[in-house]
Design a protein around this ligand. Structure first.
Ligand SMILES: [Zn+2]
Ligand SMILES: [Zn+2]
Ligand SMILES: [Zn+2]
Length: 350
């Protein structure tokens, strides 16, 4: 019997179509073998030796060499084709452009717009053109996470940026246009709707119960132990109750923690552990899986602002099922893999 489930974080609905329950092998497109990827591709702008093909780096962790030369382990560069321009390149500080959202014309409030000011950076996470999250060592992964945190902090401090979105696109269905493994960071001049919706659900829950929605959610999931994919002392990985995507997972700090900026060395190592184990499992289940990784974390609280209600987390959305009419038109998803079954595949109890 299919079942409708409500997702308390996003406010969307999913039809868990257990009647058509699928296993990893049933997703043929994600099992295609594309042939080996070389460790270095001389035609790739992110590969070692081609540093001059990207805009100058804004951050790098190096064992040797000077900026924009080989010798780096992780390298952060502005996107060559940014979705949003930085205030500097747009010459905002000249005072010629009003950065506030404004109606298009005085006589209407129906059309609002604002200049596309923000930031768009690429985190080239490895020197290996064929690197994957499931093949990195815990140490390599921890360095990537530390780098993401550094840039998240810097961009959060930018006065034109209201929200910093960290994400990783992988595979053709995930929207990745370059093969070389990389994360992206976009600094947005406003709070994005998906995050605002989640935050309002946190606030609503807190005003009713006095507690954190995520803390209560992971406590219940830990007790039930039906949808826990894996965990260590600091992090838990769940297959969400109303998973919109087959084999979707949610990575959450087990102790209440508002923002990603609070990640210290010990926690970075533990997060790296769950990341590498989780993606090793994904890579064992699917030889060619497209997905999106999305961090949800409010900016670190500024001096004057009260600590907001939130509990940062990371969504992993495998792109095995397509977003079609029902998803687009009604925000109702159909997922043929019950999360309890997905958790079993990750080694959980299910
Ligand atoms: Zn490359
Ligand atoms: Zn919490
Ligand atoms: Zn979220």
């Amino acid at each position: 019997m299919p079942e409708l489930r409500y997702d308390i974080l996003s406010g969307t609905c999913t039809i868990i179509a257990s009647d058509r329950a699928k296993r990893p092998n049933d997703f043929k497109a994600a099992q295609k073998y594309e042939g080996p990827v070389p460790e270095i591709d001389p035609n790739c702008s992110f590969c070692v030796g081609n540093e001059n093909e990207t805009p100058p780096e804004v951050y790098a962790l190096r064992d040797a060499g000077e900026a924009n030369q080989p010798g780096w382990r992780v390298r952060v560069v502005p996107n060559k084709f940014p979705a949003l321009r930085s205030a500097e390149t747009a010459e905002i500080d000249s005072g010629m452009i009003d950065t506030e959202a404004a109606p298009e014309a005085d006589d209407t409030s129906m059309y609002w717009r604002m200049p596309g000011i923000g930031a768009h950076e690429v985190v080239v996470e490895s020197v290996k053109h064929n690197g994957t999250l499931g093949t990195y060592t815990v140490e390599e992964m921890a360095v990537i996470l530390e780098t993401l945190k550094q840039r998240y902090r810097v961009l959060s401090d930018d006065k034109y940026i209201s929200y910093v979105q960290i994400f990783r696109n992988w595979g053709p269905e995930g929207g990745a246009s370059l093969l070389h493994p990389h994360f992206q960071i976009i600094g947005l001049p406003l709070m994005p709707p998906e995050v605002s919706r989640e935050v309002s659900h946190f606030r609503e829950y807190e005003s009713k119960t006095g507690r954190c929605l995520m803390c209560d959610y992971i406590e219940r999931e830990t007790e039930k132990d039906e949808r826990v994919a894996l965990k260590n002392d600091e992090f838990i990985v769940l297959c969400p109750f109303a998973s919109r995507f087959s084999f979707e997972t949610l990575i959450v700090p087990r102790k209440h923690c508002v923002t990603f900026s609070e990640l210290d060395n010990e926690k970075a190592t533990q997060l790296a552990e769950v990341f590498t184990s989780l993606f090793r499992a994904y890579e064992n289940m699917f030889s060619s899986l497209s997905y999106n990784i999305v961090f949800h974390t409010l900016p670190p609280p500024k001096r004057s602002r009260k600590h907001p209600t939130d509990h940062w987390h990371i969504h992993v959305y495998p792109r095995l099922n397509v977003e079609a009419g029902l998803e687009k038109g009604a925000a109702v998803w159909i997922n043929p893999v019950p999360p309890e079954l997905a958790a079993l595949q990750f080694g959980g109890k299910g």
